[in-house]
Write a protein that binds this ligand. Structure first.
Ligand SMILES: Nc1ncnc2c1ncn2[C@@H]1O[C@H](COP(=O)(O)OP(=O)(O)OP(=O)(O)O)[C@@H](O)[C@H]1O
Ligand SMILES: [Mg+2]
Length: 282
């Protein structure tokens, strides 16, 4: 089942000179975990803004083509309805805090409160999510007193507590250390395993390689290539678009250039270890 279909999309922000999205065509399928990568300014956040309906409902500008999300044209969607179906974790966690709640608990509970959910259920759901994210000790703190990494987790908690069908997550780990980053990826994997569709913007290529089903590469507003993670992240051409590929894939290409090709180009360390073993390297 297709959850978001983008056809011949071109988009220009108000007052911008150039187009932020150009000839974008893609279909996102239900239950898959998509990684969105590419150079700075390539259009990743803009694509998220479109799927989430912030374009055209919040950002005006010039939009052509057809964007159908959950079977309704994005232009026809009601913003609140869409917010129930799609959760959006913004690139900058500082933008995501409401600024009107005095505790982290209230901050995370706010979306559920707005839906008129019973108090007991709110407490249960917020506590469950805080446990999942390991932030129980933050529940009574003031959101303004949190560090960048803590805010990022709270912003993430406030989204997953909503239990949306689809999650659009823009660089959720930029403020986190390697341990916190791995934890966020594990949680996203659990959300995917529970049937949710995930679109994740992330620069940490080794984690994209390990976790995502499919990858889209953006460059100057275009989706320059897309497909299964193994196929895309093993392509050396990605470097031409200033996108990264895993270090082990570079090693695979170097081996081929040296006349000693591996049976395939690895994208994860486990694959590289296995290929090295095949070669009798210890
Ligand atoms: N609100 C805005 N108004 C005008 N132009 C914008 C706006 N937001 C982004 N742009 C422009 O649109 C283009 C795409 O930007 P976008 O933020 O989508 O890129 P990105 O791939 O998310 O980059 P990054 O990796 O730096 O987050 C850029 O040229 C950017 O300058
Ligand atoms: Mg961005």
């Amino acid at each position: 089942m297709v959850v978001a279909k983008l056809k011949d999309i071109n988009y220009k922000y108000p007052l911008a000179e150039g187009y932020a999205l150009k000839d974008v065509n893609f279909e996102f399928e239900a239950g898959k975990f998509y990684g969105l990568i590419g150079e700075n300014g390539g259009g990743k956040t803009t694509l998220c803004n479109l799927i989430r309906g912030l374009i055209p409902h919040f950002y005006n500008g010039e939009l052509t083509g057809e964007a159908v999300v959950f079977d309704t044209d994005i232009k026809e969607h009601n913003a609140e309805e869409l917010a129930v179906r799609i959760g959006y974790v913004f690139q900058n966690p500082f933008n995501q805090m409401s600024g009107i709640k005095s505790t982290v608990f209230e901050e995370i509970a706010m979306g559920l409160e707005n839906l008129g959910i019973e108090k007991e259920e709110i407490i249960e759901r917020v506590s469950g999510v805080c446990e999942l994210l390991g932030i129980e000790e933050l529940m009574t703190k003031n959101p303004n007193e949190l560090s960048g990494g803590q805010r990022q987790r709270v912003a993430f908690a406030a989204i997953i507590v909503m239990d949306n069908d689809m999650l659009v997550i823009d660089e959720p780990t930029s403020q986190l250390d390697p341990h916190g980053t791995e934890m966020v990826f594990e949680i996203i994997r659990k959300l995917k395993d529970s049937g949710k569709t995930i679109v994740l913007v992330e620069h940490k290529i080794d984690l994209i390689a390990e976790y995502c089903d499919e990858v889209l590469v953006m460059d100057k507003g275009h989706i320059v290539c897309s497909g299964k993670t193994q196929d895309i992240l093993s392509r050396k051409e990605l470097l031409d678009y200033d996108a990264q590929i895993p270090q082990v894939a570079i090693w695979g290409h170097e081996m081929a250039e040296a006349g000693k090709p591996l049976s395939y180009i690895p994208i994860t360390v486990e694959q590289a270890v296995e290929l090295a073993r095949e070669r009798g390297v210890r």
